[in-house]
Write a protein that binds this ligand. Structure first.
Ligand SMILES: [Zn+2]
Length: 469
């Protein structure tokens, strides 16, 4: 579990450090984006190996049904209580934690995801090429979500106030909204029809999609004061809903029971998100103290961790490990509790076990590396470096937190040139081309000329020079 899946609580020092990490992970480097980070939509990306794996379980069969290679699409989770989902850049699918928590059933989440895949295969995004192409993925998504939230706030307030909060000019904001947010009715219907086809091929009951849209439709009809971003990015018309109803009624997959394995992972995801998002006292108050079931234990473990009560949290994590002794994510949770409560040395053993059980999870490799760096011996530094290098190699799209630790591990093992190179790459990732340029020049001066690392540094020098012109 990544530390970024935590909403800081006012009192907890652990919470404050989590906020910093979340801000880093969100990678809001550009000044433009900084203006979006206002309280109304101060949110960040959530990185969590377990939740991401659950989303892959939900979406992979749908992507295969659509003829899309699952590894070609990156799924990202945004921490926002409002339900939302959208695609951007042709290969990024974003869902909010609010969506995951509001619809904790496989068929409903798969209905939403199938519709988004329908937008991808329909090429609906290719028509929305705008002057934001140079923004890197996370920054772009953050901007879109900020605009969606502002648009929702604007609707709630009766209109024109949204633009002021976004920090873009009112004119450009309207243009951006028009360009990005509302798909046309024809596109919405096409995405629905394609989505239902993918659901059927994957054996998923399309009634789930129908139920989700009914909820958003109801909102529009019964309340003018609150419209969720999802309903804005995907307008739910009466025609659209009745077309889905007709198709779902006749679907050969109608009434198909969900895969029990998927039900398990989706409920577990809900428990974990609740533990990390709601205030610890609220989570603990909701729980029956005698409830020793797996998901109650998970909620309790996370809430106690954030309370913070690390000893009690570790005891609950150990119970989870007893229930599922070969579950990488429960060892990861135990490691996280220890690492974040300043017991990095003790965190090494559970993280090592998590990596043994899930050897290709970049996030877990990253945290093993971080735990090892806290040991402070040359052998641990070498093991940390190996774990972090493996994590970086497997991290699709890059992970700023991991790259920071990797640079630290290189420096600790006397590889200053590599440290500078990785720092330059991290600066690129968080949209800081001037710093990236400086660090890449430094890397070139330290690395053997013409070596693969020197060439990577040179690429950054060339790219940042071009960006500055
Ligand atoms: Zn849509």
């Amino acid at each position: 579990m990544s530390q970024t899946l935590s909403r800081p609580t006012g009192a907890s020092p652990a919470g404050r450090s989590l906020l910093r990490r979340a801000a880093r992970a969100a990678a809001f480097g550009a000044a433009l984006l900084a203006t979006l980070a206002q309280p109304a939509f101060a949110a960040g990306f959530v990185r969590d190996a377990e939740v991401e794996a659950t989303l892959k379980r939900l979406s992979d069969p749908l992507m295969r049904a659509a003829g899309v290679a699952p590894e070609s699409i990156e799924i990202r989770i945004f921490d926002d209580r409002l339900p939302n989902a959208f695609v951007y850049g042709g290969r990024n699918l974003v869902v909010s934690t609010g969506l995951l928590r509001d619809f904790p059933e496989p068929a409903k989440l798969q209905g939403v995801i199938a519709h988004e895949i329908g937008h991808i295969t329909g090429g609906h995004l290719a028509r929305r090429q705008i002057a934001m192409n140079n923004l890197r993925g996370p920054a772009m998504a953050g901007m879109l979500l900020g605009i969606a939230a502002a648009a929702a706030a604007g609707l709630a307030g009766g209109g024109a106030s949204a633009a002021a909060g976004v920090g873009l000019g009112a004119g450009s904001q309207t243009a951006v909204q028009r360009a990005l947010l509302s798909f046309s009715r024809a596109e919405e219907s096409a995405a629905d029809q394609a989505g239902i086809t993918y659901l059927e091929r994957a054996g998923v009951d399309p009634t789930g999609m129908e139920e989700v849209l009914e909820q958003f439709r109801g909102q529009e009809v019964f309340s003018t004061r609150h419209v969720d971003p999802y309903a804005l990015t995907h307008p739910v018309s009466a025609e659209r809903l009745s077309a889905i109803r007709r198709r779902a009624a006749e679907s050969p997959a109608r009434g198909d029971a969900p895969d029990p394995e998927l039900v398990y992972w989706v409920q577990r995801m809900e428990a974990k998100l609740e533990g990390f998002i709601d205030t610890p006292s609220t989570v603990l108050r909701r729980l029956d103290p005698d409830d020793r079931s797996e998901f109650a234990t998970l909620r309790r473990a996370v809430a106690l961790h954030r309370a913070p009560d690390p000893d009690a949290a570790v005891a609950e994590a150990d119970r989870l490990i007893q229930i599922r002794p070969n579950d990488p994510y429960y060892y990861e949770l135990k490691g996280q509790i220890l690492l974040e409560s300043g017991r990095g040395v003790e965190a090494v053993t559970p993280y090592r076990r998590a990596v043994a059980l899930a050897p290709d999870e970049p996030l877990i490799l990253g945290y093993l590396g971080r735990a090892l760096l806290s040991v402070g011996s040359p052998a641990a530094d070498r093991e940390a470096l190996a774990a972090l290098e493996r994590g970086a190699a497997r991290s699709d799209g890059g992970d700023p937190g991991l790259l920071r630790d990797l640079a630290f591990a290189y420096a600790r093992t006397g590889q200053e040139g590599e440290a500078a190179l990785v720092t330059a790459e991290r600066m690129m990732l968080i949209n800081q081309p001037i710093d990236a340029h400086r660090m890449a020049e430094r890397a070139k001066s330290l690395l053997p000329a013409g070596s693969p690392s020197w060439l990577r540094a040179d690429d950054i020098v060339v790219a940042t020079k071009a960006m500055q012109q």
